[in-house]
Write a protein that binds this ligand. Sequence first.
Ligand code: G
Ligand code: G
Ligand code: MN
Ligand code: NA
Length: 249
Amino acid sequence: RLIESGLSQAIRNGELKLVFQPIVAREKLEVTGFEALLRWHSPEYGMISPGMFIPIAEESNLIHELGDWVIDEAVRVLQTWPGQYVSVNFSPRQFRRSNFVGHIVERVQHRGVSPQRFQIEITETAIFDDAERAADTLYRLRQMGFRIALDDFGTGYSSLYNIRKFALDSLKIDRSFVDGMGKERESAAIVHSIIHLGRALGLEVVAEGVETETQLQALRVAGCSHLQGYYLARPMPEEDALFLAKARY
Ligand code: G
Ligand code: G
Ligand code: MN
Ligand code: NA
């Protein structure tokens, strides 16, 4: 309750902001896009992680108000970059709202932003419950040119079923596999399998949570098309993202 009313106020009081983490291409490490990540600086409680408040917002309609704020803010910042895309996380309830496609089109395309520069990140949880409806939604979004990424790939249910059935552009390898790569054979094998699968299907494959030079090199050698993680760059404020976007494009 407390967080819920606090959060609603936080939106109005400007306590929320987005930070942006670069997603870079394998070869020359140029920045092709940025993932938008939500931050709440509460004057009362300090920094609160989205991992903490998104699940609470998800329990009420607040998730829509919050989500719309994120979309609008992401679109605003995106328009300052020369060509990169923004990748926005959507929670399952946002994705399942009625007329999700119309809603996104209105907030992005109708503001003169090319859908090719707006990536929708969803997890398998979002598409698992009603696969047929989800497939239809994704198909229509992709028809309009929006980019679709499957986040935390490998941790959800029926992963292989999902990538066969759904219109996607990108698979994001969950960082737990990247983290385990140098530790157990199993993680390394899973990472390699996802990379091969993605390539065979013509999808971009993004390794998340790259934290060391060793991981970076192993992933490049394995042919992973894109990389993201603290070793390359931490999530950064709008000004720094703009600087990087201009420098590297
Ligand atoms: O940035 P951080 O590691 O604190 O993010 C924690 C979790 O919150 C991650 O699962 C991330 O996907 C999610 N998250 C971050 N920003 C947003 C957002 O704007 N909307 C939604 N739905 N989830 C977000
Ligand atoms: O669920 P999702 O993949 O959207 O979560 C993204 C979260 O991962 C963000 O909160 C971001 O801060 C965090 N993150 C990004 N890069 C790294 C990394 O290299 N290591 C760790 N541990 N977390 C990361
Ligand atoms: Mn994500
Ligand atoms: Na992820």
